[in-house]
Design a protein. Structure first.
Length: 394
């Protein structure tokens, strides 16, 4: 009756598809593939490169410049003249103290004084005070300068190399002060930017640290009521705390994180050539961490390794300072304030200057001993005449 395809319109077999249409479509794709070459792509690539160049130039023009105090990473060099002058003028406002090392064997001292200002010609004027040798002219001498600035509880350390321009009178308000003139540096090197300057004493400046525990915390505490817990070796020191090392088994460590401990040590001051340094320190500290440093790969179980002696690093944070009363042989502890550790701060600065002197070979050597007595021949006349020869025994 009726064909089935009227009611169920199935797709036509492949053999019935228009072969002419398929062949034409195939030829169109083959022609496009054959005609597409690199010569057709270079305008697109050139446009993409031009867009990238424009984006890069905009980034260079409008990128945020690092701040002279807060945006420079540690151990980075500031070379932009505007930023260098901004840092120097900020040090004038904060009355920063400059340490000047003259790179000349004739200048044996480290000259220290506050900065007075920046002159009209861009010369830095630093208060000179008194210096020993008045025959030194300080003209066109290479110098290395270091200073620090404090801002919002943080310390920023800077160093630069420059030349001296001589010594003269600098205007300071209504009076004149003797000042050393320095050429404006071309770059500044930013040192540590941590809250507290940290040094690692080495050689003859390394010292022992005693961790103490009192029998009673009622003040004043007699000195003979302290017992020594550990005798440790200092690893680093700052005005905020210190790190010490002890080699022992883990079970023998008697300090725990979060617990208070009393710290006693003597700072070596003989080799620093700085008068007025305080050596003896008795402080109250809090144990921040106790870290075991295994000397090698674990061989036995953890319990067995804990019974093996190994270095332990103990991090301490200073919380109080002690005042020793020698006649009464007692000690008082008071809560730490920003000025409680000035003695340690002065020692750290003297240590830093010592490192600079050793690096440049400009540290003060002891003077050659001289004979203070006049070199005159002594004319001694014998009170009694000598005996003739051969008559000594008679």
């Amino acid at each position: 009756m009726f064909p089935i395809s009227w009611f169920f319109p199935y797709p036509r077999p492949l053999a019935d598809v228009d072969r002419q249409f398929l062949s034409g479509l195939k030829r169109s794709f083959s022609n496009t593939e054959s005609t597409l070459a690199w010569s057709d792509l270079w305008p697109v690539l050139l446009l993409a490169a031009l867009l990238l160049l424009i984006v890069f130039l905009f980034w260079l023009a409008f990128r945020p410049k690092p701040s002279s105090l807060g945006g420079v990473e540690p151990e980075e060099t500031v070379e932009e003249p505007e930023q260098v002058e901004e840092i120097i003028r900020r040090s004038v406002d904060l009355r920063a103290v400059y340490d000047v090392e003259i790179q000349d064997p004739a200048y044996k001292e480290t000259y220290r004084g506050p900065i007075l200002g920046v002159g009209p010609g861009g010369a830095i004027e630093m208060e000179m005070g008194k210096y020993t040798d008045l025959n030194l002219d300080f003209v066109n001498r290479p110098a290395r300068v270091a200073f620090r600035m404090s801002r919002r509880g943080r310390q920023f350390f800077f160093q630069f190399e420059t030349q001296t321009l001589g010594v003269g009178l600098a205007s300071l308000g209504r009076r004149k002060e003797r000042g050393l003139r320095l050429r404006m540096p071309q770059r500044l090197v930013v040192g540590q930017k941590r809250r507290h300057l940290r040094v690692e004493p080495t050689g003859s400046l390394r010292f022992k640290v005693h961790l103490m525990a009192p029998e009673s915390t009622v003040e004043p505490i007699p000195l003979n009521h302290f017992r020594k817990i550990h005798e440790t070796e200092v690893m680093d020191l700052s005005t905020g705390g210190m790190q010490v090392k002890i080699t022992a088994r883990s079970g023998e460590i008697k300090v725990r994180p979060g617990r208070p401990v009393h710290v006693y040590f003597k700072l070596p001051v003989a080799d620093l050539d700085e008068p007025g340094l305080v050596s003896e320190q008795f402080l109250l500290a809090e144990v921040v961490s106790v870290d075991r440093r295994d000397p090698g790969r674990r061989v036995f179980s953890r319990a067995m390794d804990d019974r093996t002696p190994a270095p332990h690093l103990i991090r301490l944070r200073f919380t109080g300072v002690g005042e020793i009363k020698r006649p009464e042989k007692v000690v008082f502890f008071r809560r730490a304030t920003p000025v409680s550790f000035n003695a340690i701060s002065r020692w750290l600065q003297a240590y830093q200057r010592r490192l600079i002197q050793l690096e440049k070979g400009t540290f003060r050597r002891p003077d050659r001993p001289q004979n203070i007595y006049p070199r005159k021949e002594w004319n001694i006349e014998c009170k009694y005449p000598g005996r003739p020869p051969g008559r000594e025994g008679k």
